[in-house]
Design a protein around this ligand. Structure first.
Ligand code: ADP
Ligand code: MG
Length: 696
């Protein structure tokens, strides 16, 4: 395989545009992109024609506006290029209009009440910052999805708006530091993706996996992850075949799949790409998840992206590595060499520390979902409490700024911003804190609370907006001052003092931290319901409004969509549990009890003195358990009905959390106990052992 040759071969890259577009068109298009303006019709027509010709050469027959509605997955509607030419034949056509804008009957996509059904039309508009690509013989045009009133109906639009806001504020700060060269600041992201692979034949026998993506029943297998023999272990041939197929397809689409390894749980793996601009990283992560599923299928495997497919072993997350990069290639979260560069680095760093402390609720909210609640705080992922890991050296430096004291890295030296340089050692610090929700790793922040299935747009547009706000406040203050260095020092000193409570370098999985965090006054929004309620707090509406990322209506609609999603997810799980219980588990247990009772009768017919203790014991235990199981079924049925009587979506979500989930948990416990006693041959579903160790 010639990787450089196939890399991005299915992408309409800048290079392809340059080669295929007339110079004037190319230049005009680049200008529009740089200025964030719409393409005019003539340019769009030329671009569309070039794109169509390129796509047809690559085997494409259709085109689609590819977008990311608030369902979290991607959506597409394919149109073929054909157009009848009047004499019974067709020609292949694709106009600038078709490229730039598409109409979509959006009524079936969630809008959280933004679009009344009589105004069902939404439209998709090309985001020329993301390259078009070919997937399944279809030219995919990355688009943003809006209502006719201009409200965002997707995940992409606020992400693009937040990047603009961040750029604006970051440039203000850079100018204050005397940087007049940088023309653009963009957030960069590398999203490490975890997933499970299981055998498809086994998967197809489990309705819970098919409908919910996770097991709702299942007794623990004798072996789980306790031997730590899977993490970074040798990759099995079948998985390797899958990974190399996946790499090849991703590379063709310009996704820089880089690192692949086994994860902690049996059957669990990870893929990490090389980082890139946030909106591209977001598109690429969506493509990655989609291809993982598709390619797994070719290998008779199923890729599970659910956050917690199996109880008792680690679930899957996504690590969102985030930094800020200038168009000159400078990473703003990388300490520099001169005192001024160091001061600038600390300014950006402290802006984030302040922002995360002030918007802990939003950061938690950005990763909220019914499925992610199973992971957070479960000793396998960070707790629901936000904190930042900076490492000892950097924390020491902040201490020294705060207290005008010497820092331990250098003998008796005070840390004066703009005067002193930072010690070099923490740049390549290897002391990694794997338990922190948000860890500074030398030149970027790694946000580790994301669930594996989440669209990364949301956490990123939150983070970008929060950062934009803090940089805006800093710039406001510094621009007013005649003494830049003095004001900067005093300002950073003040903010360290105000927000250092969010810095925590210890073990985030420990119970002591939960208590300590409470003493520090940090939020612990344990479930997504509490987290989502805080989305629409006044201060958050103000934040998104000020930076033109989300209007008040958009905030409310998004909150409601996420709450609805929470409710629907648990509702489907509850209904699946009821179905599996009544139609599979109970009949299996009853049947087995009958077999046991028949055995007892048969034995007694040989001799009344014969010992039937084993069978009798089992009949007793299983009868008691299945009786209890029936009670739980009734309770769950009632709870599901009760949920419908709640007044609003917030109350309904809280009801599912408080009254439905607990019964589901109890029900599972009873079933799992029965599973350990019933003849393996009659148990209706593949066991945990078969699921987790199904790929040989
Ligand atoms: P690990 O966390 O496993 O040690 P790395 O530190 O090499 O691995 O990077 C993990 C992820 O962080 C990769 O996806 C990488 O592309 C991404 N990354 C590295 N630098 C940056 C950056 N400046 N901005 C955003 N992501 C980055
Ligand atoms: Mg990592």
């Amino acid at each position: 395989m010639n990787i450089p040759e196939i890399f991005a071969s299915l992408v309409f890259t800048d290079e392809v545009m340059q080669a295929r577009l007339p110079k004037t068109t190319y230049r005009a298009m680049k200008k529009c992109i740089a200025e964030g303006k719409r393409l005019d019709r003539e340019i769009a027509d030329v671009v569309a024609t070039a794109m169509k010709e390129w796509a047809i050469e690559k085997g494409a027959t259709h085109y689609t506006h590819w977008f990311q509605p608030m369902t979290g997955i991607t959506a597409e509607k394919h149109d073929s290029f054909i157009s009848p030419n009047g004499d019974g034949k067709v020609i292949m056509e694709f106009s600038g209009r078709e490229l730039s804008q598409g109409e979509t009957d959006g009524s079936s996509f969630p809008s959280g009440g933004l679009r009344a059904t009589f105004e069902a039309r939404g439209y998709t508009a090309w985001d020329p910052n993301s390259y078009a690509f070919i997937k399944d013989h279809t030219l995919c045009i990355p688009t943003a999805f809006c209502s006719y009133g201009g409200q965002a109906l997707d995940k992409k639009t606020p992400l693009l708006r937040s990047m603009e806001a961040l750029n604006k504020q970051a440039l203000r700060v850079l100018r204050l530091f005397g940087d007049h060269e940088t023309a653009k600041v963009t957030p960069t992201v590398g999203a490490e993706q975890e997933y499970f692979l299981i055998d498809k034949d086994v998967y197809l026998k489990r309705k819970d996996l098919i409908y919910c993506g996770r097991t709702l029943f299942g007794a623990k297998a004798p072996k789980g992850q306790e031997l730590d023999d899977h993490y970074f272990g040798a990759i099995k041939t079948r998985v390797l075949d899958f990974m190399s197929d996946l790499d090849e397809e991703l590379w063709k689409l310009g996704v820089t799949a880089k690192t692949e390894h086994n994860e902690v749980a049996p059957g669990q793996h990870e893929l990490a790409p090389v980082f890139c601009t946030t909106n591209l990283a977001c598109d690429q992560n969506q493509i990655t998840m989609e291809l993982m599923k598709k390619i797994a299928d070719k290998h008779n495997l199923v890729c599970l992206l659910h956050e917690k497919p199996f109880a008792g072993v680690n679930g899957s997350g996504k690590h969102n590595n985030w930094s800020l990069s200038t168009d000159k290639g400078v990473n703003l979260l990388e300490p520099g060499d001169s005192p001024m560069e160091n001061a600038q680095f600390l300014t950006f760093l402290i802006a984030l520390v302040k922002g995360v402390d002030e918007y802990q609720d939003l950061m938690r909210c950005s990763v909220a979902s019914a499925s992610n609640d199973h992971r957070l705080g479960g000793q396998e992922a960070p707790p629901a409490i936000l904190s930042i890991f900076l490492g000892d050296e950097l924390t020491d430096i902040l201490d020294s700024i705060e207290n005008d004291s010497a820092y331990s890295g250098k003998d008796k030296e005070l840390m004066k911003l703009g005067v002193h340089t930072l010690p070099k050692f923490f740049r390549d610090t290897t002391d990694r804190n794997r338990t922190s929700p948000l860890a500074f790793t030398g030149n970027k922040f790694e946000f580790r609370m994301l669930g594996s299935s989440v669209n990364i747009a949301c956490p990123n547009f939150f983070m970008n907006t929060i950062m934009a706000e803090e940089l805006c406040q800093f710039a406001d203050e510094l621009e007013q001052s005649d003494d830049f260095a003095g004001t900067l020092h005093a300002m950073l000193k003040r903010e360290i003092k105000n927000h250092k409570r969010i810095i925590f370098n210890g073990n985030n999985y420990s119970d002591e931290w939960v208590e300590e965090a409470e003493r520090r006054g940090l939020l612990n929004l344990k479930t997504s319901v509490e987290a989502l309620e805080s989305y629409s707090k006044e201060k958050n509406i103000r934040l998104f409004g000020k930076h033109r990322v989300l209007s008040k209506e958009e905030v409310f609609s998004r909150r409601d969509i996420l709450l609805e999603n929470y409710v629907k997810t648990i509702n489907i799980e509850a209904l699946t549990m009821l179905d599996m219980s009544k139609r599979s588990i109970l009949p299996a247990v009853s049947g087995y009890v009958k077999t046991l009772a028949d055995t007892i009768l048969a034995k007694k017919s040989v001799s009344s003195a014969i010992d039937c203790k084993a069978e009798e014991g089992l009949v007793n235990k299983l009868s008691a358990l299945s009786g209890c199981f029936c009670e739980k079924i009734e309770m769950l049925e009632k709870a599901v009905v009760g949920a419908r009587t709640q007044q609003d979506i917030g109350a309904e979500a809280a009801y599912y959390r408080d009254y439905v989930l607990p019964v589901m948990k109890e029900m599972r416990a009873v079933s799992d106990e029965m599973e350990t006693m019933v003849d393996a041959k009659v148990w209706p579903f593949p066991t945990y052992g078969e699921l987790l160790f199904s790929v040989l």
